[in-house]
Design a protein around this ligand. Sequence first.
Ligand SMILES: Cc1ncc(COP(=O)(O)O)c(C=O)c1O
Length: 374
Amino acid sequence: MIPVCEPTLRGNELKYVIECVKSGWISSSGRFIKEFEEKFSSYCKVPYGISCSNGTAALHLAIESMGIGHGDEVIIPTFTMIASCNAVIYSGAKPVLVDSEFGTWNIDIGKIEEKITKKTKAIMVVHTYGHPVDMDKLKKISSKYDLPIIEDAAEAHGAEYKGKKTGSLGDIACFSFYGNKILVSGEGGMVVTSNKKWAENARKLRNHYFGEPRFLHQKIGYNYRMTNIQAAIGLAQLERVEELVSARRKNAQIYNRMLRNTKGITAPPEAEWAKNVYWMYGILVQREFGLGKKELVAHLEKSGVETRNFFIGMHKQPAYKGADKRFPNIGGKYPCSDELEEKGFYLPSSSHLTKEQIRFIVDCIKLKSVKNEK
Ligand SMILES: Cc1ncc(COP(=O)(O)O)c(C=O)c1O
């Protein structure tokens, strides 16, 4: 089976983990945490980095560090992984859903304004599957309404908008280092920002808001700490980030080239101002392919190729049925999200995928399309 995604652990990961074990620094203090925070935030070209236990925790910390909570609203794309939506709910605020657009598979910026109310406190965007959001367009709206931008960059390490890295594009950004991400630490996340006050808040919230004196707490915080072992893996990954990002991009180019003439297969977008890092190489199966997505996925599975379906919009989540004031309004019309869900899935996307493996996967797809034409 060619897995849909595996981590590429080919640098100093083991050496650094051994150092943690030998030195006894296995919990949430130690040299790797500080170094990972400093080096990752500087990679994103922002001054502050606050590591934490995962990307969901990073989002939650970011939102609360900005002072957003009960009674507030945060705009998010409906087409995302549920962590983006849940993090808003954890803070007590309500996510307000906006459809996506086919050009980038990201939030439809043209549809944001109609969702802004007096309660709106921030706009959270997701750089979906590694493609950055059109920030100039977004910033016109955020400036007009004086709303900060939260980047959910969980899937977009190293992606760029007009030469600027994700993480530095909005006011605060969150990354995930889960095992299938471009940069991994096992589990792990990071908040990055240029806002000193938010950074200090996030740092305290991450660790129970310990105060002065130590056991006097001014706020309810969390245990969202990253371990030195996770940071050790993260740092080893960061040393090779350029290689990992360019491998993702190179694989996407090979897929694009090999799939170019396959009728009915839409390749992932890359706007002319964007550097897509193709966290996952997603495709859409159009009617002209002659075969539905389900059948193609089943055929790939039988041939030994693992795939994963696209997100199901937040407006369709049973978890949000009920009278809780924090839940997003569900059941509205989000045609782009629905179509992406219906037609989209991703192909194996590990950084160390070989050209031969891609050739095999594409041959499986092409064989099915040819057979189908007969
Ligand atoms: C868009 C998006 N946001 C947030 C997260 C949450 O990250 P984690 O799994 O590290 O909590 C993910 C994870 O896959 C994601 O894809």
